[in-house]
Structure formats: C-alpha cells, structure tokens
Design a protein around this ligand. Structure first.
Ligand code: ZN
Ligand code: ZN
Length: 341
C-alpha cells in the first residue's frame, strides 16, 4: 500500500545554517486518475524557483498544484525551471500548461523528450517485441483498447534543456547533480544533493512499490529491447554506494532509510527470478504471455502490458546470466531452464 502524504510539508528550513544556504523544499501531493495514487511534485524555493515534476494535466491537478504553490506564496507564473524525472503523464503532463503560465525552462532527458513530443510511437516501437510474446489476439485488443483518458503530455513550443546526467543543476549558492538512472524509463533522471545526502528519486526509488521495468526499445538501437532491469539493478548498486540519507520520491512518503528500500527492492527482484525459474521448472518451455498469465492471472487492460514487461525484464536478466535459454517457434520466443539450472 502506498503511504499518502499531506501536501506542503516543509522538509528543510528556509534559512542559512552554519554558513550554508539551505534550500527550502515543499512537497505538493497531486491527485492522478491512476491506480498508483497521487504524485509528488516538489517546489524548491531557491533561485531560480524550481519544480521537480508537476503532475498530470487534469483540471483537478491544476487546481491542487495552484493551491499548493499559493500556500508557499508562489503562483504558477513565478516558476522559472521545471525538471521532469521522466515522461510518464503523472509526472510530466502539466509541464506544457506550467510553461504557458510561466515561460519556465523544462529540463528533460532527450529519451523522455521524444516520448512526450510524440516523436516516438509507443505501440510501433514495441510491436516487434510484443509479437514475440505469444499474446492471443483478444488480449492484444484488450490492451490496445485500454487507452489513457488523460490527454497525452506535449511540450510544443516549450524551452527545453536536454540533460543526460552528469550536469549540475545550479541554484544561487547551491548545486545538485543530475543523475541518469534508467530502468523504469530509459531517460529517467534524479537530482542528487550530495551535501545534504538527498535524492529526488522520481519513480527510481519508491517507499512501498517497486517500479515496473517497462518494456521499451533501446533508444540507441531500436531493434533490440532495452535491458531495463539489468540497467535498473546496476543503478541501484550505484545509488547504494552513494550512501544517501533520504530520498524524496515521485509517489508516497519520504524515504528515511534508502538503504533498506534498496535492499528490499533487490530481494523483490530475487524472489521474481526464483519464481520464474520455478514456473519454468514445473511447466517446461513457455512464452512470455503464458508465464505472465501464470504469475498474474487477474490483470486486465493496460495492466496486462505491465505484467508482461515485468516478466520480460526478468527473463532478459536470466538469459544474460545463462540461467535460461530461448527457442523460437513461428516467431514466438519460448523460454526454458538452461541445463544444470
Ligand atoms: Zn513512471
Ligand atoms: Zn510515477
């Protein structure tokens, strides 16, 4: 279960302590129509006035964001900079509107920019991978028919700043590192304040849920599947090594013990690997759809795609590790345990 938070919680004092300039950060919890629940947008009251993510573009979300900003004495037109952790509509949807109100620059990874602007076709780029999964036609139609009711995000005419990780996000007297931490999305970025040990983690690290390693084409080689989960697990190692003190996630409560969340995320994935090997051990050769419907029999609509993504990402890691093999029959990939596994 997600832990929902009050909006407008002051996380840090807006003052100079021990000669250091402290940035005041305010969380605004914005409703979304998605099962994940509200999304967290963060207002960083530094110079320039910055938002990290902004919520979906629905009338209700605009109202809540405007009210949350007002509580801090800020109006939408005051925002100077918007950082989008990734393109998913619950995080990026309102960027276009906020830009119209404010003329703020929007910082986004180029891989995510292509998704928001529609340069990248969600279905077309995934189709070659989807056909290999052995999905029955009625299920394909069910997934394709489950369209998002929220208007697709756009960034038309918006001043965007492309960031790929490694840059500094500067404030007057402070700076944060922009980190590229893919896996949930190919161009997912986080902000790391190394002096305070704080990570604005987007959907990279969440308190009670493990982000879905979504099926995507590799932006550098669209013929191949992006190795979402192996990249994600590498990024977890990297962030674990930073020894961050807390994380400010895109959903749910503040993460006060990031090390524990990272450990439980690793355990979660290990359990999935074990379960997959068990299913293949019991059933022999199976395609991705058969495995997914065995593991997640109750999924419907778009959630079937999320289940397939989860299974495919784990299969890809097991393949990389040599624990399983793949054989093709009539264009469909079938997986089986490698001898000795
Ligand atoms: Zn997301
Ligand atoms: Zn999200």
């Amino acid at each position: 279960m997600l832990f929902f938070v009050r909006q407008g919680v002051i996380l840090f004092p807006d003052s100079a302590i021990g000669g250091r300039i402290m940035l005041s950060v305010h969380r605004i919890s914005i409703p979304t129509p998605y099962p994940v629940g509200p999304v967290n947008a963060y207002l960083i009251k530094g110079d320039p006035l910055t938002m990290v993510d902004c919520g979906p573009d629905t009338p209700e979300a605009r109202e809540v964001l405007t009210a949350g900003l007002k509580e801090q004495g800020v109006s939408p037109e005051d925002i100077k900079r918007i950082v989008l952790t990734h393109a998913h509509p619950d995080h990026s949807g309102m960027a276009q509107w906020l830009w119209k109100e404010s003329g703020a620059e929007v910082y986004v990874h180029p891989y995510e920019y292509r998704k928001i602007t529609g340069e990248q076709d969600f279905i077309k780029e995934r189709l070659p991978f989807i056909v290999k999964m052995g999905i029955p036609m009625n299920i394909l139609l069910e997934m394709a028919g489950d369209r998002d009711k929220v208007p697709r995000p756009t960034l038309s005419g918006v001043n965007t700043v492309a960031v790929t990780g490694g840059e500094k996000l500067r404030f007057d007297g402070r700076e944060m590192d922009i980190m590229h931490l893919p896996g949930h999305a190919t161009g997912h970025i986080c902000l790391y304040d190394s002096r305070e040990g704080e990570l604005f983690s987007g959907d990279f690290l969440l308190l009670d849920i493990t982000p879905n390693p979504l099926l995507e084409a590799d932006p550098e080689n669209p013929e191949r599947r992006y190795p979402s989960l192996s990249r994600y697990l590498e990024c977890l190692e990297l962030v674990d090594g930073l020894g961050i003190k807390r994380a400010l996630p895109g959903h749910g409560g503040i993460i006060e013990d990031p090390g524990a969340v990272i450990a439980s995320s690793r355990e979660h994935h290990q359990r999935r690997f074990d379960r997959l090997l068990e299913i293949l051990g019991d059933n022999g050769k199976m395609n991705t759809y058969n495995i997914s419907s065995t593991m997640y029999p109750d999924l419907r609509g778009f959630h079937i795609f999320l289940g397939l993504s989860e299974v495919q990402a784990h299969l890809d890691v097991l393949l990389e590790q040599g624990c399983i093999k793949v054989e093709y029959s009539q264009g469909v990939a079938f997986y089986l345990k490698a001898p000795g596994e």
